[in-house]
Design a protein around this ligand. Structure first.
Ligand code: NDP
Length: 292
């Protein structure tokens, strides 16, 4: 039976460490990093995310600035707000919560964010830096997944990692991060032939698909480490619902060496890494050393 990778506990430790470093930054440099979060519209899941981000930002000792705009906000008005946040010397990180309403071109908005303040790591310049080996800001969810992997396995060098999913926010940056760790990387997507056979070659399997319990026992090499990024809400009886991953945990856990649960695996790492990125951005753009 696999050992469980407890992302909730790891994220709590990471936040404690961040709080200590942020206190040192305030003490030594009189800097309190500030994260601005922009929410457009009333999507209930986004409202919960934004509330959690703000609470955890304050908890670790940073400043949280929230901009809640109505769903009718025009693209021009949103771009003006982003420009104002770019120009504000006190703002270190800018996050525009996705998804945006249909009438707004999300790519244009993300590209308008100053790459030095792009704590989500979605700006093409940061994506390019990740691909070319530079030091940009890295998307939070894959960064969190990588931290869990390195904590559990140590060096990843030479391991065969298979990433299922190729989105710009999870799959592609995950693959780049694993390549940077000297893994041999395979990316599986919806057009891949015999995805299960490809996944059976994996020492490390990362699932970022968005299909409940798609990865079954016949997708796993015994002894593999399995990272489940998927968050899917499924219906139970009597109107109840449940969160499940992309991995069929009950049949995969007996085969794997290590596995992340859903919830409580990769999910909690995302906000912790957002706070980590905000501290990094604050130090880099203000030209001070990152406290240890
Ligand atoms: P996207 O929908 O953007 O991407 C899904 C990817 O899965 C695509 O690349 C798609 O391939 C691939 N895919 C779809 N069906 C199959 C299939 N049958 N076989 C192989 N590949 C397939 O999703 P995201 O990357 O944004 O998110 C993935 C999951 O991670 C979701 O469950 C999401 O909720 C979760 N998530 C969790 C986060 C967290 O933990 N905080 C943060 C972000 C996401 P193709 O490109 O060919 O269409």
């Amino acid at each position: 039976m696999a050992s469980i990778i407890d992302g909730k506990a790891f994220a709590a430790t990471l936040r404690t460490h961040l709080a200590r470093r942020i206190a040192a930054l305030r003490h030594d440099e009189n800097i309190t990093p500030a994260l601005a979060v922009v929410l457009v519209g009333e999507d209930p899941a986004s409202q919960v995310y934004v509330r959690n981000k703000a609470a955890q930002t304050v908890e670790v000792g940073m400043r949280s600035i929230e901009h809640k705009l109505p769903a009718s906000t025009t693209q021009e008005a949103l771009l003006e707000l982003v420009a104002a946040l770019n120009a504000d010397a006190e703002v270190d990180g800018i996050l525009v919560q996705l998804p945006l309403p249909d009438h707004i071109d999300a790519d244009r908005v993300l590209e308008a964010i100053d790459p030095a303040k792009d704590v989500d790591g979605f700006h093409p310049l940061n994506a390019g830096r990740l691909a070319t080996g530079g030091t940009g800001l890295v998307p939070c969810t894959p960064l969190g997944a990588l931290m869990l992997l390195k904590d559990r396995l140590g060096s990843l060098s030479g391991l065969h990692a298979v990433v299922v999913g190729r989105s710009n926010i999870v799959g592609k940056p995950m693959a780049q991060l694993l390549l940077r760790e000297d893994c041999t990387v395979t990316i599986v997507h919806s057009r891949s032939r015999d995805a299960a056979a490809l996944c059976r070659q994996a020492d490390i399997l990362v699932a970022a698909v968005g299909r409940p319990r798609m990865i079954g026992a016949d997708w796993i090499k015994p002894g593999a480490t399995v990272i489940d990024v998927g968050i899917n809400r499924i219906a139970l009886d009597a109107g109840r619902t449940k969160l499940v991953g992309d991995v069929d945990f009950d049949v995969v856990a007996p085969l794997a060496a290590h596995i992340t649960p859903v919830p409580g695996g990769v999910g909690p790492m995302t906000i912790a890494c957002l706070l980590h990125n905000t501290l990094t951005a604050a130090c880099r753009r203000r030209g001070v050393e990152l406290p240890n």
